[in-house]
Write a protein that binds this ligand. Structure first.
Ligand SMILES: NC(=O)c1ccc[n+]([C@@H]2O[C@H](COP(=O)([O-])OP(=O)(O)OC[C@H]3O[C@@H](n4cnc5c(N)ncnc54)[C@H](OP(=O)(O)O)[C@@H]3O)[C@@H](O)[C@H]2O)c1
Length: 239
């Protein structure tokens, strides 16, 4: 998919923050972006407008039935799917000694289960079309252990292994790669972020546009690039 012009690309969690940056960039590349959102309807509509009147799709990705309904709606309204960017996720902080079953499921239902079933839905269609590109947004937390985010780190490490396993399962028509962001703030700040920033060789935090650059690379790359994880983290994962 060297040219993104006219390609139908679904971005999950695209209403704001990193997902919005990815959607805007894909629209600028000429793609027909499908904007998924769950609760942020106003922001999703704004992003869709900024993308030149993109289609929006609402779904709670915790539910496989909702994922299946969303892909059926994409079939109906957009006719095909060439690319999928699994961006939607949750992030919570808990002492692992205190994590409950509900806390665990809250994270894993969106961060890992939904990523798998979105990949499955997209790949079934892409196999029939003869080509497709999938990019899963993981995290520095899937590469490095963070004590108070053990449940989150496990979900994102799962995304990375899912990416590698599915790259073999879906080859040669479909590539599956992952972008692992470092610290990408949108106004919020805390002590943990200060510590991460101090350890970042690039000596700064990143932007949504920099994550979008990496996503575009994987979407445009040939099928000789698959099963890869690109950390976009200012070098933090090398420390
Ligand atoms: N920001 C960072 O520093 C950073 C660092 C490392 C990795 N990442 C990864 O990069 C991606 C984007 O990060 P972000 O900070 O921009 O994300 P975010 O704002 O925390 O979440 C993105 C979107 O996920 C959607 N979402 C959450 N639960 C959902 C559900 N049950 N069903 C459907 N959608 C749901 C939300 O959509 P609605 O608002 O519409 O409900 C939300 O806007 C995530 O995968 C994240 O883990 C981010």
């Amino acid at each position: 998919m060297s040219e993104l012009t006219g390609k139908v690309i679904l971005v999950t969690g695209a209403a704001k923050r990193i997902g919005r940056s990815i959607a805007l960039r894909l629209a600028a590349e000429g793609a027909r972006v499908a904007i998924h959102y769950s609760t942020s309807e106003d922001e999703a509509n704004r992003t869709a407008e900024e993308c030149g009147g993109a289609e929006t799709f609402k779904a709670n990705l915790e539910s496989v039935a909702e994922i299946e309904r969303m892909f059926a709606e994409i079939d109906e309204r957009m006719g095909r799917i060439d690319g999928l960017v699994n961006n939607a996720a949750r992030f919570t902080k808990f002492d692992p000694l205190e994590v409950t079953e509900a806390d665990w499921d809250f994270i894993h239902d969106v961060n890992l289960k939904a990523v798998f079933f979105c990949c499955q839905q997209a790949a079934r269609r892409m196999k029939k079309q003869g080509h497709g590109r999938i990019v899963n947004i993981s995290s520095l937390g899937g590469l490095r252990p963070w004590a108070e985010h053990a449940h989150y780190c496990a979900s994102k490490a799962g995304v990375i292994m899912l990416t590698k396993a599915l790259s073999k399962a879906f080859a040669p028509e479909i590539t599956v790669n992952s972008v692992a962001p470092g610290v990408i703030p949108f106004g919020e700040w805390n002590d943990a972020m200060t510590a991460l920033l101090e350890a970042t060789p690039a000596a700064r935090v990143g932007t949504g546009a920099e994550i979008a650059d990496a996503v575009v690379y994987f979407l445009r790359a040939s099928n000789f690039v698959t099963g890869q994880v690109m950390a976009v983290d200012g070098g933090l994962s090398q420390r």
